[in-house]
Every structure is written in structure tokens, then in C-alpha cells.
Design a protein around this ligand. Structure first.
Ligand code: GLU
Length: 450
């Protein structure tokens, strides 16, 4: 079987870590099996959908490396939904309802007040033809509900949650179309999943009860002649994402992809983290999507919420950079920075943008601290002792050690401060050759006050 998955965002806002996690998992599931990953823009709600968010979704997915194999927009498929609607209506599975939002709200409150579940009472189904005609004559346009088959228990084996069971009598017939003819999410999504041959519906567990309803919609559509294979997709509902302390953090967790990108995170740091949190697998930095896909297993997902920890994202970002090859990052490094410089500085990076600061340390000018007289004398000795070999740092430090008796911090720190202007940083053995003989000697002389 070839696998087809889809990511189906509504273009009503920017993508954030919660929904890119869903996109990523659908991508990885498809790629692992050489399948197809589709982007479906759920833009039936014309009032809330915005074109700028459609573009933003495409850009964000591209930045993350989640390139879809195909794209569809629900707003361009309305005829198909109308055909499905007509077929289901002809089959007696859709009925008009005339209650106002206030009336429905009141019904719900009455039931809840009596301690009963707020299930729609199907009053509209009991209307006679004459009563319906009367409503229509009074200018009341109906909204439309899908009629659940109350005798058909709803069961599926969820690829994450295991066996699921719903009693349709405990569910309200879902409203699928508004009085103005516009579509709610429920029917178009099922129609599209059938029409696009979606084999795996992988989404957040906030959709579990929608799945219960949609399984009956799928089945009714099959019976009405939709779909060639007439098999339900495999459903998988992942536990929601929460922050380290429960709620998603104000800092990173609630940020849009655009902001995380602007903050300088590596896309593979985000995907490495989001691919594995909530699973039994360790979170490790991955440099390639193929490796993430190869290890992706729905069976490894747990039922407990997945914890998104800002500090972990920062850690993964750093770990990724520490092992990143020059070619991977070259295009984003300061002009002139070569592979040797990259190798010297990468262990000190948390974010790639810090490469610029270290490049300045190498190329200069740098700002040195004021040294006490004894260090100035020592640094003057260093300037004289600097002999340029293939490996000048060990040569310099052992010569100075012998000449001055200094060792440890008193030996190394003034040298580092004079040569880099910093107390900490990359390995001096790698840095010194990059600074170069003349520049290094000049820095030592300035520090010595020579
Ligand atoms: N547009 C829906 C959402 O963003 C899609 C849900 C689904 O994957 O079916 O919640």
C-alpha cells in the first residue's frame, strides 16, 4: 500500500509549534514509506481565511523542509462538497434544522441543568412537511445536520490511542452546513480524504470526537457511491503539546514559525525536537529529514501530553551546530569565513548568528581589557616568544611556561584575553593560526603596552 497523508491547516493565522508538529509527523510518516504528503488548505470559512496566511503556511513549510507533494484548496472544491451533500441528502442522511443559536444554547443549558449530556434532541427531524414549509415561508433558512446512525456503534483501532469505541446515541448529529450555504469542517474534510486517497489521518487528539462522527460520514459517502476503495483511512490521534510547566510557554512555545526563524533557530533543531517529543525515542539532533523519517514510528507515541521545553530547543540547536559540516551552513556564515574557522568556532555556538561575533574575534579589531603590570611584562615576553609554526599555540605556551614558570590560568588567561579580548571561547590551538602571525603579535604588543 502506498501511504498518503495530509496536513490540513485553516489559513486563519501563522503556524506555531503545535501545528508544525502535526505537519512534520504527517510528512515523516509519508516519507518513511515512500508515500505522498499533501497540503490541504482548509479555507471554507471565507470570513476568517486570509491569503497572507496561505502564503505564510507555504513559506513556513518550505523553511522547515516539509515540501508537499501536492496542494489543494477547499475553496476550489465546493462543487464536490455540494455533490456529496446532495447524495447524502438523497440517501436520507442529511436533514434541515431551523433552530437559532440562542434556541440551541437554551436546549443545551436545560439538559446540563438536569445533569444530562447536551445532545441535540433531533427536534428538526420530527418536523412535519407542513411545519417545515411554514418555517421556510417565514423566511427561516435551515442549517443542515448529518443524521448519525444510532444503531451502528463507532469503533476504530487508533494507531496511537488503541481501540476506540463511541456510542452514536451519545453524540449530537453534527451541523455540516450553515444556513448561508457555507461549509463547516466536518463533511468537506471527509470528502477530501476520500477523493485524495488519504490513507492515514494523523492529527491532534482534539479531533477524536470528530473522527467518531466522520467515520459515519465516510461510511455514508461510501454507500452513496463515493470513493473507489471504500476503506476508512487509518486514524491516529496524538496527545497534545504542552509546555514544560503545563501550558505552552510565552517564550518559544507560542511563537509562530516566522518568529522562531527570525530568532535564528535551525529548522532541523525544531524538527529534531518536534519529531520525537511525546515518543519513547530520545530527542537527538538530526541533520537530515531522511534519518528522522526512518526512525518515525506511530507505535512509539505515548498517550501523555508531549512536553515542549524551550531550553531543550536551545540545547538541540547548539548540539546540531556543534556537529554541522561547513557546507551545511556556509551560505549563512559571515563573508570570508572558511571551513577551518567554522570548525574552530562551532563548539562555542548556540545560535548560528553568533558566528559573526567569533569571526570578528578572528579578524579584529578586538577590544582588550587593561592588564596589570606583571601581565603586561608577561605579554611582552609572549610577543617576543611567538614563533610561527604549523601549531603555534603549544609552542608559545610551553616556551612561556619554561621562561616564566607560569602555568594554568595565569599562563593561559592573559594570553586568551590579549589575543581574543575574551575570557572564554574556542580552543586557542585552533584560533591562533586563524588570527595569523602578524595580527597575533600585534595584539600581544598592544596588550603589553609596547
Ligand atoms: N483544518 C482542520 C484543523 O486545522 C483539519 C483537521 C484535520 O486534520 O482533519 O483542525
Amino acid at each position: 500500500m502506498t501511504i498518503t497523508t495530509r496536513f490540513a491547516p485553516a489559513p486563519t493565522g501563522r503556524l506555531h509549534v503545535g501545528n508544525i508538529r502535526t505537519a512534520l509527523h504527517n510528512y515523516l510518516l509519508a516519507k518513511k514509506h515512500g508515500g505522498t504528503f499533501l497540503l490541504r488548505i482548509d479555507d471554507t470559512d471565507a470570513a476568517r481565511s486570509e491569503e497572507r496566511f496561505v502564503s505564510a503556511i507555504r513559506e513556513d513549510l518550505a523553511w522547515l523542509g516539509l515540501n508537499p507533494d501536492g496542494e489543494a484548496r477547499q475553496s476550489e472544491r465546493l462543487d464536490l462538497y455540494s455533490r456529496a451533500f446532495d447524495a447524502l441528502r438523497a440517501a436520507g442522511r442529511i436533514y434541515p434544522a431551523y433552530e437559532t443559536a440562542q434556541e440551541l444554547d437554551l436546549k443545551r443549558k436545560v439538559l446540563l441543568g438536569r445533569g444530562l449530556p447536551p445532545i441535540y434532541d433531533r427536534a428538526a427531524l420530527a418536523l412535519s412537511d407542513a411545519e417545515r414549509a411554514e418555517k421556510e415561508a417565514a423566511g427561516i433558512a435551515p442549517h443542515w445536520r448529518f443524521k448519525l446512525d444510532q444503531d451502528a456503534p463507532i469503533v476504530w483501532d487508533d494507531a496511537i490511542r488503541g481501540p476506540q469505541h463511541f456510542d452514536p446515541a451519545q453524540l449530537s448529529d453534527p451541523v455540516i452546513r450553515r444556513a448561508d450555504g457555507s461549509w463547516l469542517y466536518m463533511l468537506p474534510s471527509a470528502v477530501d480524504d476520500i477523493d485524495m486517497g488519504v490513507t492515514h489521518v494523523l492529527r491532534g487528539e482534539d479531533h477524536v470526537s470528530n473522527t467518531a462522527l466522520q467515520i459515519q460520514i465516510f461510511t455514508a459517502l461510501f454507500e452513496a457511491g463515493f470513493g473507489a476503495a471504500k476503506t476508512l483511512p487509518c486514524f491516529a490521534h496524538e496527545a497534545l503539546l504542552v509546555g514544560a510547566e503545563g501550558k505552552l510557554s510565552k517564550r518559544l512555545g507560542s511563537l509562530g514559525v516566522d518568529e522562531l526563524r527570525a530568532a535564528g533557530f535551525e529548522p532541523m533543531a525544531l524538527t529534531s525536537l518536534l519529531a520525537r517529543i511525546g515518543t519513547s525515542q530520545p530527542v537527538e539532533p538530526h541533520h537530515e529529514m531522511e534519518a528522522l523519517a526512518a526512525g518515525f514510528e506511530l507505535a512509539d507515541f505515548g498517550r501523555a501530553p508531549a512536553r515542549f521545553d524551550d531550553a531543550e530547543l536551545v540545547r538541540i540547536n547548539a548540539a546540531l551546530l556543534h556537529r554541522a559540516e561547513f557546507a551545511e551552513v556556509a551560505a549563512r556564515l559571515p563573508a570570508g569565513m572558511d571551513a577551518a574557522a567554522w570548525h574552530a568556532i562551532r563548539p562555542n555556538l548556540t545560535m548560528l548568528c553568533e558566528a559573526g561575533e567569533w569571526w570578528k574575534v578572528i579578524t579584529g579589531p578586538i577590544e582588550q581589557p587593561d592588564f596589570p603590570p606583571e601581565d603586561r611584562t608577561f605579554l611582552a615576553q609572549a610577543a617576543d616568544a611567538l614563533v610561527w609554526t604549523d601549531d603555534p599555540w603549544p609552542a608559545l605556551t610551553s616556551a612561556l611556561k619554561q621562561a616564566t614558570g607560569r602555568k594554568g590560568k595565569p599562563l593561559f588567561l592573559p594570553l586568551r584575553q590579549a589575543l581574543t579580548g575574551r575570557d572564554h571561547g574556542p580552543d586557542m590551538g585552533e584560533l591562533l593560526p586563524l588570527i595569523g602571525a602578524d595580527e597575533a603579535r600585534a595584539r600581544l604588543r598592544i596588550a603589553a603596552g609596547m
